[in-house]
Design a protein around this ligand. Structure first.
Ligand code: ADP
Length: 492
């Protein structure tokens, strides 16, 4: 066997990628699907559109010229998390559009349950928020008495996108999800590793809806020939951030990866210990394999690459995102400018939803380049905020930060990150760490790769950024800390 097929079911597109034994990408296909916005703050997908685009992408890579599909050992799946789908077990038809993780319609359900927030936190590691699946399931059930009745009668199935795709790929034979996806639902007890009766009853969700929970790396079923033309074992499942953690081979406690996209998603392996954060970071399951459950801390920065988009679209000092690097290099340092990137409040560890952005320290000598540089520093400083707090929560030292996502193409940003953390920043060769993680999990389960050591031997870095210039980093940090506390005080 030569290949592993990975499905990467994202928020805006469905992708399929074939990797070889060296973890090299051999074929890729991608199809976007429509986003539906029925009301302000509502975001929906049509689950059939997710499936159809995903199937198209898989069929296309399987037909690649150089690939003999009989040489594919297994299929791994990674997916947008939390997005909620309910469908009819007999017909396979969804009863409602998928409610997407970004959708805020259930905020009032969360408010009503506020008194139980500590119970949700203790059992699931999550803050009681509309982001997660639990209140979205409740909303669909409450939206129509007929839907609730069918659910009570055991006629319906719930799943996140992984479950839905596995159901479709196995022609309705398998209804399952893995622990990482389950750990984002708000109804899964991450300590006892089971659906939690008390939480189900608080949300009035019948247990008959729920998929069987499996580990992230085991054979759960096979694709049927009538669907795909070939029968392939499905043997790896993980939500996107967890798959990226595994794809980055963050396999020791303290290993941490940060994804620099529109926002930043940071996740740290805390080993077999579920660590409770003092800073409202989420506790989640990193993966489960060979009977071992690995936990993680997760934190996000809302505005990262989005700050560069703001420089491009609103301030118009650059024409494209990559140009920010050249502009920032027109100056040697930030000229005393600090950019507080609170364009939609400030998340962990400040948690000030009312905070607004600010550019501070402007003088007559301030140039566009200083602002560009301060913006890149802001992305790195917010990521640092999260990583330092995670380190304190987990009480581990980390030796390097693994990075991925669109903005990691920016070498200057990566160097600033290394300087501010005083640690190495490692950018991998592949840009597809999420899909690679799903492929690794699937391949390990079927013996395509022997163990994590073999994965380490094929994992390739593109570049390591080593910390330089400590004094300058200290100056940036000094101004940042002083100015951010001033701004937060001003808001009181
Ligand atoms: P997402 O998955 O959130 O859409 P991507 O991983 O595709 O994000 O990265 C796109 C983001 O990265 C955009 O917000 C863009 O502004 C930013 N970005 C892209 N290239 C660069 C660059 N060279 N320097 C800084 N930011 C960049």
């Amino acid at each position: 066997m030569k290949y592993i097929l990975a499905i990467d079911a994202g928020t805006t597109s469905s992708r399929a990628i074939i990797f070889d034994k060296n973890g090299q990408q051999k074929a890729i296909a991608q199809y976007e699907f429509p986003q539906h916005f029925p009301q302000e703050s509502w975001v929906e997908h049509n689950a059939n559109e997710i499936w159809e685009t995903q199937l198209k992408a898989v069929v296309e890579v399987l037909a690649s010229k150089d690939i003999n599909s009989s040489e594919i050992a297994a299929l791994g799946i990674t997916n947008q998390r939390e997005t909620t789908i309910l469908w009819d077990r007999k017909t396979g038809e969804p009863v409602h559009n998928a409610i997407v993780w970004q959708d805020r319609r259930t905020a009032s359900i969360c408010d009503d349950l506020r008194d139980h927030a500590p119970t949700f936190l203790n059992k699931t590691g999550l803050v009681l928020d509309a982001y997660f699946s639990g209140t979205k399931i409740k909303w669909i059930l409450d939206s129509d008495p007929a839907i609730r009745q069918r659910a009570e009668a055991g006629e319906l199935a719930f799943g996140t996108v992984d479950s839905w795709l596995i159901w479709k790929l196995t022609h309705g034979k398998v209804h399952t999800t893995d622990v990482t996806n389950a750990s984002r639902t708000l109804i899964y007890n991450i300590h006892d590793l089971c659906w939690d009766e008390e939480l189900l009853s608080l949300l009035n969700i019948p247990a008959s809806l729920l998929p069987k929970v499996v580990s992230s790396s085991e054979k759960v079923g096979e694709t049927t020939e009538e669907v795909l033309g070939i029968s392939l074992p499905i043997s790896g499942i993980a939500g996107d951030q967890q798959a990226a953690l595994f794809g980055q081979l963050c396999i020791e406690p303290g290993d941490v990866k940060n994804t620099y996209g529109t926002g930043c998603f940071c996740i740290m392996n805390t080993g077999e210990k579920a660590v409770t954060s003092n800073n409202k970071m989420l506790t989640t399951i990193g993966w489960q394999r060979n009977g071992k459950t690995i936990y993680a801390l997760e934190g996000s920065v809302f505005i990262a690459g989005a700050l560069i988009q703001w420089l491009r679209d609103q301030l118009q000092i650059i024409d494209s995102a990559p140009e920010v690097e050249a502009l920032a290099k027109t100056v040697e340092h930030n000229g005393g400018v600090t950019f507080i990137p609170a364009l939609s409040g400030l998340g962990a560890p400040y948690w000030d939803p009312e905070a607004t952005g600010a550019i501070m320290g402007i003088t007559r000598g301030t140039e566009k380049g200083h602002i560009a540089r301060a913006a890149l520093e802001a992305i790195a400083l917010r990521s640092r905020d999260i990583i330092i707090e995670m380190q304190k929560d987990a009480q581990v030292e980390f030796s390097a930060l693994k990075v991925d996502g669109g903005a990691t193409a920016n070498d200057l940003l990566m160097q600033i990150q290394a300087d501010l953390l005083q640690t190495q920043v490692v950018r991998p060769d592949t840009t597809e760490t999420t899909a690679l993680g799903a492929a690794f999990l699937a391949g390990l389960a079927v013996g395509f790769w022997k163990d994590e050591n073999e994965l380490k031997s094929i994992w390739k870095e593109n570049k390591t950024f080593s910390p330089q210039d400590n004094t300058h980093a200290e100056r940036i940090l000094y101004l940042w800390n002083k100015r951010i506390s001033k701004m937060l005080k001003g808001n009181e």
